[in-house]
Design a protein around this ligand. Structure first.
Ligand code: ATP
Length: 317
């Protein structure tokens, strides 16, 4: 199926694209496969805290990272996940289509998601780049975009779609989840970064024979009912112990959030960002104020989910 994004012809006007960050409302981790990936059973939720990319055709291939979480850890070369995504799309299309407009694109990343924080910021950049590049070439089949997304990283396919979804395999085998209403989160970021591979390696040491990953039925029921109290009673993240072993302050911040009245403190992905589930918008505001003053919290950012997946928001010029 071809996504009908305007006409089939290419366009050279810069395009602005937004993509959400995410929280894993539940993260069940099983054993590692022969390829070294862990079998996951996760529930992703896209958050209205995300990245904005501007793709500017006809440039020199530069990458500029700006915004709240601009960071020297974000590469400006072909290893940047946004650039990789576009390069993979070029490779997938170039035998059949004119993709010259995608060569030498300049990318401006407005980074509003912490780097290596477990919220999928780099993956959001890749998802945004794919949607923007698809627009520039006049539309790309959904399965081609999905394959490019998965080739960049496990979370990218979800961030293309957004919403709330169950992810199996590495998190790329997705099915949508029925939710009611809006869930309110306070995302407590850390001044430190925690590389995802390190956390999985520690998980393996701590769990030499893990049970198969699964999603508790209560999580899906609570999401369908829009019931944050019920969600708090059933969701968990299997990477918590491993992340805390690197950064004991994660446990302290989780405890502080619980004491401040959060329904559920939840490590976001592999951390160190912690998501705190609130009852409603007012409760989230109260929690954010308390958490902002907590030792070990860099910033307490309010976010809601589910949010839409990567989408073109403006054609510049
Ligand atoms: P996840 O939750 O998907 O595991 P994360 O949020 O913990 O990811 P990211 O911020 O996505 O981590 O990035 C992790 C690493 O990827 C960074 O340390 C950086 O070296 C590299 N990277 C490559 N491209 C990007 C990008 N566009 N934005 C951020 N990091 C990038």
């Amino acid at each position: 199926m071809t996504t009908p994004l305007r006409s089939r012809s290419t366009t050279r006007a810069p395009v602005k694209v937004q993509a959400p960050g995410k929280i894993n409302i539940h993260l069940g981790v099983g054993g590692a496969t022969a390829e070294g990936y862990h079998e996951l059973a996760t529930v992703f939720q896209a958050l209205n805290l995300g990245e904005t990319l501007t793709l500017i055709p006809g440039g020199t291939g530069s990458i500029i990272v700006q915004g709240r979480y601009a960071d020297s850890a974000v590469p400006a070369d072909e290893t940047n996940l946004a650039r990789r995504a576009i390069d993979l799309l070029i490779a997938a299309l170039e035998d059949e289509r004119d993709v010259d407009v995608l060569r030498g694109i300049d990318i401006v990343i407005d980074k509003q998601v912490p780097v290596a924080g477990g919220m999928g910021g780099g993956s959001a950049d890749a998802a945004a780049a794919l949607v923007g590049a698809a627009h520039l070439v006049g539309g790309v089949a959904e399965d081609v975009l999905h394959d490019c997304a998965v080739a960049v990283g496990a979370d990218v396919a979800f961030l293309l779609r957004g919403g709330t979804a169950v992810g199996h395999g590495r998190g790329e085998r997705l099915s949508p989840v029925l939710t009611r209403g809006t869930f309110h989160w306070v995302m407590a970021t850390s001044a430190r970064q925690l590389p995802t591979p390190d956390v999985y390696a520690r998980f393996d040491e701590l769990n030499p024979d893990p049970a198969p990953a699964e999603i508790p039925a209560g999580v899906l029921t609570a999401l369908a009912a829009g019931d944050p109290d019920a969600l708090a009673a059933s969701a968990a993240n299997d990477l918590t112990e491993a992340a805390v072993s690197f950064m004991p302050e994660i446990a302290e911040v989780m405890e502080a959030g619980r004491a401040a009245g959060a329904l559920l403190p939840l490590l976001s992905g592999s951390g160190p960002t912690i998501g705190f589930l609130a009852r409603d918008a007012r409760h989230a505001l109260d929690l954010a104020v308390l958490l902002q003053a907590t030792r070990g919290v860099n910033e307490a950012l309010r976010a809601t989910g589910p949010a839409p997946g990567a989408q073109v928001v403006d054609i510049v010029g």
